[in-house]
Design a protein around this ligand. Structure first.
Ligand SMILES: NC(=O)c1ccc[n+]([C@@H]2O[C@H](COP(=O)([O-])OP(=O)(O)OC[C@H]3O[C@@H](n4cnc5c(N)ncnc54)[C@H](OP(=O)(O)O)[C@@H]3O)[C@@H](O)[C@H]2O)c1
Length: 493
C-alpha cells in the first residue's frame, strides 16, 4: 500500500477588468527590467484582458514608433505570448512633463480616445509612477490638475501605484501621506514593496495559519528568538548618490524587513482580507518597544565596508563624499511588548558587499529540556529551526533532531528542505512585479503597504537616525572588509 499523499494545490487567478496602464518613468530602469517584462508575463499567461492597453510617459523626446523600437530591446515583442495581436504591440508613448500642464492634457486626450474606442464603457486607469522619489509629488499634482485622478464614473476606477521610499523620516512620511490624501483616496493608492510579493513572504501567512502545528507553538513558550536577515554581495549598483543620502536602515530595514517582521509576528487576522491583515500588522508594529539611548547603544550596530577582496571601499566609490558616515550594514535587536512575544528577541540584519547573497527568516525554537536526556546529551541538542528562505531558491527548511545510526542515543540534525519551485505545479505563477500589477488592477491591497504602518515604522527609526547624526561618538560606525561576513560584534545577552 502506498502512503504517498496526493498533492493538492489551488490556483485561482482572476482576470482584471480592462484598463489602461499608464507608466511614468517609461524610459527608466524599473520599466525596462521589471514592469514591461511583468506585463508581458501576465499577457502570456492570459491574465490581462484583451482590451487592456499601455500608455508610456516620460519627458524624453520619443515618438510612439521610436519608443516601441527602444522598449523592444528589453521585451522582444512578447514573442512567447503567441497571440496575433499583443497589447505590447499597441503601446502609445506620450511625452509628459509636470512643468508643462499641456502635456497632461495630451495624456487626457489619449485616455479619452481609448475610453471611447476600446470598449462600450469607460476604462479603468492604473497610473504607475516608476520615477525617482523627488518627482512623485509634482507628477501627482499634475495628474490631479488634469483631473485624471477623479473617479467621475462609478464603474471606472483610478488607481495610483507608487514605489518606495515613502518619506525619509517621520516628518517627511507624514507630509507625503497628507499630500497623497489631498489628491486620491487611501483605498486607491498602491504603495509597492516588491518584497511583499515574493513567494516566501506570501508564504509566511500560509505557513502560520494553514498549518496547525506551527501556529500553536508560535509564541514565547516555544520560540527562543527570530532572525530576519538579508545579505547582498553587490554594492551600490549605480545608485551611489541616492544611497549615500539614504543608508541601509532607510533602504532595507525601515520598509522591507519591518514588513516581513509584521507578517511573522502579528496576531492571526480576523480573515484573509487585506483590511484585516492591515489591522493586525498595525497592532503589531505599535507594540514594538521604542529604542532608548541605552538600547540604541547596546542593541544596534551600524557599519560601512572598507576595501577588501579586490573590491573598493565605500568611501572610494564614485560620488561618495570622503567623510560619509552612511551605513552599509545594520544589525539590531528589538522586542515586542505583547503577551505572545514577551522577552523574545527579534534580530534584524542587512548588509551590502557581504560574502553571500541570501535573505531568510529563521524561527529558532527553544531547546528540549526534558530530563529524558542526560545533562551532557542535552547540551549537544541543537534547537529546531524553521527557515523561510527568500533567496536563493525560495523555499523552506525545517531542522529537527533525530537518531543517527550508531550508538543507542546518537542524535544529530535531520533537515527537511524544499524549494517552492520543486513543489509547485503552477510553473506560470506570476513573479513579484507581475503579481503586484495584477493585484493593483484587482483592487487587492494584501501585498501593498499602507500609510499607517509606514508612519509607525518611521516613529521607531527616526530617533535612531537622529541619534546617529547628532551623536556619532556614542553610536560609532564600525567597518568591515568588502566581501566579508560583516563586522565583529554581539547583540546577544
Ligand atoms: N530600478 C529598480 O530595479 C527598482 C527597484 C525597486 C524600486 N525602484 C524604484 O522605482 C523608481 C524608479 O526607479 P528607476 O531605477 O527606474 O529610476 P531611473 O531609471 O533613474 O528613472 C526612471 C525615469 O524617471 C524619469 N524621471 C527622472 N527624473 C524625473 C523628474 N524629475 N520628473 C519626471 N520624470 C523623471 C526619467 O524619464 P524621463 O527623463 O524620460 O522623464 C527616467 O527614465 C524609484 O523610486 C526607485 O526607487 C526601482
Amino acid at each position: 500500500m502506498s502512503h504517498k499523499k496526493e498533492q493538492t494545490t489551488f490556483s485561482i487567478e482572476v482576470i482584471p477588468a480592462p484598463c489602461v496602464v499608464v507608466i511614468f518613468g517609461a524610459t527608466g530602469d524599473l520599466t525596462k527590467r521589471k514592469i514591461m517584462p511583468s506585463l508581458c508575463q501576465l499577457c502570456a499567461n492570459n491574465l490581462i484582458h484583451e482590451h487592456t492597453s499601455v500608455i508610456c510617459c516620460g519627458r524624453s523626446d520619443y515618438t510612439t514608433e521610436s519608443y516601441r523600437s527602444y522598449i523592444s530591446q528589453y521585451v522582444p515583442k512578447c514573442s512567447h505570448c503567441n497571440k496575433k495581436s499583443c497589447f505590447l504591440d499597441n503601446i502609445i508613448y506620450v511625452r509628459t512633463d509636470a512643468k508643462e500642464p499641456k502635456t497632461f492634457q495630451d495624456l487626457a486626450d489619449q485616455l479619452n480616445i481609448k475610453d471611447s474606442k476600446e470598449t462600450a464603457s469607460p476604462l479603468n486607469h492604473l497610473f504607475y509612477l516608476a520615477v525617482p522619489p523627488a518627482s512623485v509629488t509634482e507628477l501627482i499634482a499634475a495628474l490631479s490638475q488634469a483631473k485624471l485622478l477623479e473617479e467621475t464614473n462609478p464603474d471606472a476606477w483610478r488607481h495610483l501605484a507608487i514605489e518606495k521610499p515613502f518619506g525619509t523620516d517621520l516628518e517627511s512620511a507624514v507630509k507625503l501621506d497628507t499630500f497623497l490624501h489631498e489628491h486620491i483616496a487611501e483605498e486607491d493608492i498602491y504603495r509597492i514593496d516588491h518584497y511583499l510579493a515574493k513567494e516566501t513572504v506570501q508564504n509566511i501567512l500560509i505557513t502560520r495559519f494553514a498549518n496547525r502545528i506551527f501556529e500553536t507553538i508560535w509564541d514565547h513558550h516555544a520560540i527562543d528568538h527570530i532572525r530576519i536577515s538579508t545579505a547582498e554581495t553587490v554594492g551600490l549598483e549605480g545608485r551611489n548618490s541616492y544611497f549615500d543620502k539614504s543608508g541601509l536602515l532607510r533602504d532595507m530595514i525601515q520598509n522591507h524587513l519591518m514588513e516581513i517582521l509584521m507578517l511573522v509576528a502579528m496576531e492571526p487576522p480576523a480573515s484573509s482580507n487585506a483590511d484585516a491583515i492591515h489591522v493586525a500588522k498595525l497592532n503589531l508594529i505599535e507594540k514594538i518597544r521604542p529604542f532608548t539611548e541605552e538600547s540604541m547603544a547596546t542593541g544596534i550596530v551600524r557599519a560601512q565596508y572598507t576595501s577588501g577582496n579586490d573590491m573598493a571601499g565605500y568611501l572610494e566609490e564614485p560620488d561618495i563624499p570622503a567623510d560619509s558616515m552612511t551605513e552599509t550594514f545594520v544589525s539590531l535587536k528589538l522586542f515586542i511588548d505583547n503577551e505572545r512575544w514577551q522577552d523574545v528577541p527579534f534580530y534584524i540584519q542587512a548588509g551590502k558587499r557581504m560574502d553571500s547573497q541570501d535573505s531568510e527568516i529563521e524561527i529558532v525554537f527553544k531547546r528540549s529540556t526534558l530530563s529524558f536526556f542526560s545533562e551532557q546529551l542535552s547540551k549537544t541538542l541543537t534547537p529546531n529551526t524553521l527557515t523561510l528562505r527568500i533567496r536563493p531558491d525560495e523555499g523552506m527548511q525545517l531542522d529537527l533532531q533525530a537518531k543517527h545510526s550508531g550508538p543507542k542515543l546518537a542524535i544529530g540534525n535531520l533537515q527537511f528542505d524544499t524549494t517552492y519551485e520543486q513543489q509547485s505545479s503552477n510553473q506560470g505563477a506570476p513573479d513579484a512585479y507581475a503579481r503586484l500589477l495584477l493585484d493593483a488592477m484587482l483592487h487587492d491591497h494584501t501585498l501593498f503597504v499602507r500609510g499607517a504602518t509606514i508612519i509607525e515604522s518611521w516613529k521607531l527609526f527616526t530617533p535612531v537616525l537622529e541619534a546617529w547624526k547628532n551623536n556619532p561618538d556614542k553610536y560609532p560606525l564600525l567597518s568591515y572588509p568588502a566581501g566579508s561576513e560583516g563586522p565583529e560584534f554581539s547583540l546577544e545577552g
